[in-house]
Write a new protein. Structure first.
Ligand SMILES: Cc1ncc(COP(=O)(O)O)c(C=O)c1O
Length: 449
C-alpha cells in the first residue's frame, strides 16, 4: 500500500474533474471566482453538476457521486425528491410570483409552530442570512439595546455583525485573536464598518464561566445572543447540553434574548436540536431544509417578540419573502421528514459514528467523527478527542490530511463537504452507509501507510 500524498490526490482530482475546472475558469470571466458562493470551492475548484437524483449527484464529467454534502446540509431529502417535484408541478402552472400571499405560507408556518416549542410566530425570507438580520433587529427593538453576542466559530450568514470571528482572520494556521477565555472580535471580510465591530460581543464555546463573565460585563447594552447548538461553517463543534442550559439561565437573568439558529441543526431532531436539549430560546432562525431545496429563511419565536412587528414598529418585507415555490416545497419536504424519517437518518448517523470510532480506536488512527443526528463532523487530529471549540480544530487538525481525505473521497465517488463535514439524506440506504464507512477506512489507512 502506498501512502497518499496531497500532490498525488490533487493531480487525480484535477484530471477527474477537468471539465469542472475549465467551466470554473471560463465562468470567472463574468463572475468573480467563477460562481456566486465562495463556499463552493472544493480544493482547486468547485465540481460542476449536471443533475441530481436521490442520494446522488451527476457531475458534468459524467461521474456519479454519492452525495454526503447535500448543499451544506440543506438537501435532507436528497435530490429531485418525487414528493417535492409533485408539489412544484402542482404549483408552477398556476403562476408563482404575485403581489399577493398564497395559502402555503401559513401552512408551512403552522407546521413549524407545531414542531418547535419556542415557535409561536414565523416570518419568512429568502435566506437564513436575512432572517438572522431580522432576528437581531427584533431583539434590538424589544430590548432597546445595541450589541449582539455570538460565539467564536459561529456562522449566521453574511450580515456584517455575523461575519465577525467565524474564522481566524488571515491565513490557515493563524489562531483567533485574544486569549481563549476572552476572545477579541475580528472581522472575517473586508468591508465591515468599525462601528459594527464595536457592537459585537464574542464568546468562547463550551466555557460557561467565561461566557457568564463576558455577558455580565456587557449585559446593559446586549440585545441578543445568537448561537448554533452544533456549529457548521466554522467547523463542527457540539455545544454541550449543560453549557447550553447554563447559557439559557444567564441570558434569561440578564434580559438578553437567546436566539437559536437552527438553520442546520433542525436536522438533529423532529423538534429541532433545541427539542433534543430541552432548551427553549426566545427567538429561532430557520432555513435550508424548511424550503425543500428552494431559497428560504425564517425568523420565529415567542409571540410577544413579534408584537412590535404587528404594530408596524419593526419592518420586515421582501419581494420574494414567503415565496410560494419555497413554501410549497418546504411543506412537502417536512412531510417527508416525519418522525420515522428522522429516526432512520439519525440511526445511520449513529452507525457511522459508532463503527468508525471503534475502528479508529482499534487501529490507533487519529480520526474522530462526532456530532448529533445526520450532520457529522470529522477531524484527523492529534488532539486525542473530538474538538470542543473552533480553536481546538485550528490547533490540532491536520490541514493536509483533511484535504487529502476530501479530495480522495471525491476521487473515489463520495462527495463530502470540504471542511470536515458530512450530512445524510433521506433516500440513503444501508449500502450507502457501508460505502462511506469502507471508503473512509481505506483513505485514512492510506494517509498513514
Ligand atoms: C447556521 C447558519 N445560519 C445561517 C446561515 C445562512 O444561510 P443562507 O445561506 O440561507 O443565507 C447558514 C448557512 O450555511 C448557517 O449554516
Amino acid at each position: 500500500m502506498t501512502r497518499l500524498t496531497l500532490e498525488q490526490v490533487s493531480a487525480t482530482f484535477t484530471e477527474k474533474f477537468l471539465l469542472s475546472g475549465q467551466l470554473g475558469k471560463a465562468s470567472s470571466q463574468y463572475i468573480p471566482g467563477g460562481y456566486s458562493r465562495n463556499s463552493l470551492t472544493f480544493g482547486p475548484h468547485a465540481i460542476f453538476v449536471e443533475s441530481g437524483d436521490g442520494q446522488y449527484i451527476n457531475t458534468v464529467e459524467g461521474h456519479r457521486l454519492l452525495d454526503f454534502h447535500n448543499n451544506f446540509s440543506c438537501s435532507i431529502t436528497g435530490h429531485n425528491h418525487p414528493r417535492i417535484r409533485e408539489a412544484l408541478e402542482e404549483l408552477v402552472p398556476k403562476g408563482f410570483s404575485f403581489g399577493n400571499p398564497m395559502s402555503h405560507e401559513c401552512e408551512l408556518a403552522q407546521i413549524l409552530c407545531e414542531r418547535i416549542e419556542a415557535v409561536e410566530k414565523v416570518i419568512f425570507s429568502c435566506s437564513a442570512s436575512e432572517s438572522c438580520l431580522s432576528a437581531i433587529r427584533i431583539a434590538r427593538a424589544n430590548t432597546g439595546r445595541n450589541k449582539i453576542a455570538k460565539f467564536e466559530g459561529g456562522y449566521h450568514g453574511i450580515g456584517d455583525e455575523f461575519m465577525m470571528s467565524l474564522h481566524p482572520i488571515i491565513a490557515p494556521g493563524m489562531m483567533f485573536p485574544g486569549p481563549e477565555t476572552n476572545p477579541i472580535p475580528v472581522a472575517n471580510t473586508a468591508g465591515i464598518p468599525k462601528h459594527t465591530q464595536e457592537n459585537v460581543v464574542v464568546l468562547p464555546q463550551n466555557d460557561l464561566d467565561s461566557c457568564e463573565r463576558i455577558l455580565r460585563a456587557n449585559a446593559s447594552d446586549t440585545a441578543g445572543l445568537i448561537m448554533e447548538l452544533q456549529t457548521g461553517a466554522g467547523g463542527v463543534v457540539v455545544l454541550e447540553q449543560e453549557f447550553v442550559q447554563g447559557i439559557r439561565e444567564i441570558t434569561q437573568e440578564l434580559g438578553i434574548l437567546m436566539i437559536i439558529d437552527e438553520t442546520v441543526t433542525l436536522r438533529a431532531d423532529y423538534h429541532g436540536m433545541q427539542g433534543l436539549y430541552g432548551v427553549t430560546p426566545d427567538l429561532v432562525v430557520l432555513g435550508k431544509a424548511i424550503g425543500g431545496g428552494m431559497p428560504i429563511g425564517a425568523v420565529a419565536g415567542r409571540a410577544r417578540y413579534f408584537e412590535m412587528g404587528d404594530q408596524g414598529m419593526v419592518y420586515h418585507s421582501g419581494t420574494h419573502h414567503g415565496h410560494p415555490i419555497a413554501t410549497i416545497a418546504g411543506i412537502a419536504c417536512l412531510e417527508v421528514m416525519d418522525e420515522q424519517a428522522y429516526a432512520r437518518l439519525n440511526a445511520y448517523g449513529k452507525r457511522i459514528k459508532d463503527e468508525l470510532t471503534q475502528w479508529a480506536s482499534d487501529t490507533d488512527h487519529p480520526f474522530f467523527i462526532y456530532g448529533v443526528g445526520s450532520h457529522l463532523g470529522y477531524e484527523i487530529t492529534g488532539a486525542g478527542h473530538a474538538p470542543r471549540s473552533c480553536r481546538d480544530i485550528l490547533q490540532y487538525s491536520n490541514e493536509d490530511h483533511m484535504q487529502i481525505f476530501a479530495f480522495e473521497m471525491a476521487n473515489r465517488g463520495v462527495f463530502p463537504m470540504y471542511r470536515g463535514q458530512i450530512t445524510l439524506s433521506e433516500p440513503m440506504v444501508d449500502a450507502d452507509i457501508d460505502m462511506f464507512i469502507k471508503t473512509t477506512k481505506d483513505i485514512v489507512t492510506e494517509i498513514f501507510a
